[in-house]
Design a protein around this ligand. Structure first.
Ligand code: DON
Length: 349
């Protein structure tokens, strides 16, 4: 008998593996979460403070340095924020410290294209499947001629920008506009980071040219890569990421400004792509520890995580692991999700 006993934590991991690998269906309980009342204010602040206190001294990982300006950001910055459905903002540490959004921008621009041209355009052009490859893999492009990937890896993200309609100025205004609406304030580009990446992004230019050759987007590839680079350089803080996450958690309505930023019908698709590919080739590991909480990381050290119907989390800590995900940010979110019982596979009634 004891041989067949699974304890709660083991069972959550088995369910997470099944969801990512398709071995079993998502349990009904995964969809039951979200509409009920969320955790209390004191429980949220305590979870946040606990995670901050536990990991603030952790020294693992290393700043990204392939974009030279990112190597210069102090590694000890650590901020966490949570935004709930009533617009309350909970914070700890360097939650107002600005940094470049990097890849956390990718689901936002994917949402823009899905809203403007329909979700099918994303599904048909770059795909909605995890690649299992690093985020700037050329092998992943070559495998299916730029299809069968997703908007959260560099090739798919560049093609996504290249699918926004309009002149370069119009495209840029739409991109900065939707990011600002999701954050609830006017965002700006971090010029030193933009210049630094623009001077060293030969690989992305090659990826853009390749995706254009495979006709994955209609615009000039050099323009698409430049707009993508600017998008990645938008300055945000952890509170901005938590507000963006909360906007996704509540059907596209920013709970702080009350503005309906996204059409609710596209939100489930955006979250599904984040759940399967938001943490790159470590998305399975992430699902194992969080129950597949939709999230997106960036090499600037930011992570945005969404607990649908309950709250959004934003973190900032520059040192990354080998997959390109913030070490302290991941640990903090995993602890918060589990402490606040937000793992959808841990809802046993
Ligand atoms: O294109 C790049 O390489 C960066 N601007 C963004 C990459 C990134 O953030 C990957 N994230 N983990």
């Amino acid at each position: 008998m004891a041989d067949f006993d699974l304890d709660r934590r083991q069972l959550m991991g088995v369910l997470a593996l099944g969801a990512v690998a398709g071995a079993v269906g998502l349990p009904e309980v995964a969809f039951a979460q979200g509409r009920g009342s969320g955790p209390s204010s004191s429980a949220i602040q305590a979870a946040l403070d606990n995670a901050y206190g536990k990991y603030r001294g952790l020294n693992e990982g290393k700043n990204a340095d392939y974009i030279p300006a990112l190597a210069e950001v102090p590694s000890n910055f650590f901020g966490i924020a949570i935004v709930t459905g009533d617009g309350t903002v909970y914070q700890a540490g360097d939650s107002k410290q600005e940094f470049s959004i990097q890849s956390v921008s990718k689901p936002i621009t994917a949402a823009l294209v899905m809203q403007e041209s329909g979700s099918k355009l994303i599904e048909d052009s770059v795909g909605v499947d995890a690649t299992g490859q690093v985020f700037n893999s050329i092998t992943a492009v070559e495998q299916y001629r730029g299809k069968e990937m997703n908007p959260l890896v560099n090739p798919g993200a560049i093609a996504t920008v290249g699918n926004v309609k309009g002149t370069p100025d119009e495209v840029w205004n739409k991109i900065i506009g939707i990011h600002s609406d999701m954050a609830g304030r006017q965002l700006q580009v971090n010029q030193p980071v933009y210049q630094s990446e623009a001077a060293t992004n030969q690989r992305n230019r090659a990826i853009g040219a390749l995706m254009s050759a495979y006709e994955r987007f209609p615009s000039d590839p050099a323009v698409a890569v430049d707009l993508y680079t600017r998008q990645c350089s938008i300055n945000v803080n952890a509170v901005d990421l938590a507000t963006m996450a909360a906007t996704l958690a509540f059907g596209g309505r920013n709970p702080v400004t009350k503005k309906q930023v996204l059409d609710p019908s596209i939100v489930p698709g955006v979250l599904a792509i984040m759940a399967t590919a938001g943490m790159y080739d470590d998305s399975g590991k992430w699902a194992f520890h969080t129950g597949g909480v939709p999230a997106k990381s960036g090499v600037g050290g930011g992570i945005l995580a969404v607990v649908p119907g309950k709250f959004g989390i934003g973190t900032f800590a520059p040192p990354l692991d080998d997959a390109g995900n913030s070490v302290r940010g991941q640990k903090a979110i995993i602890d918060i999700v589990n402490e606040l019982k937000a793992n959808p596979y841990a809802q046993f009634g």
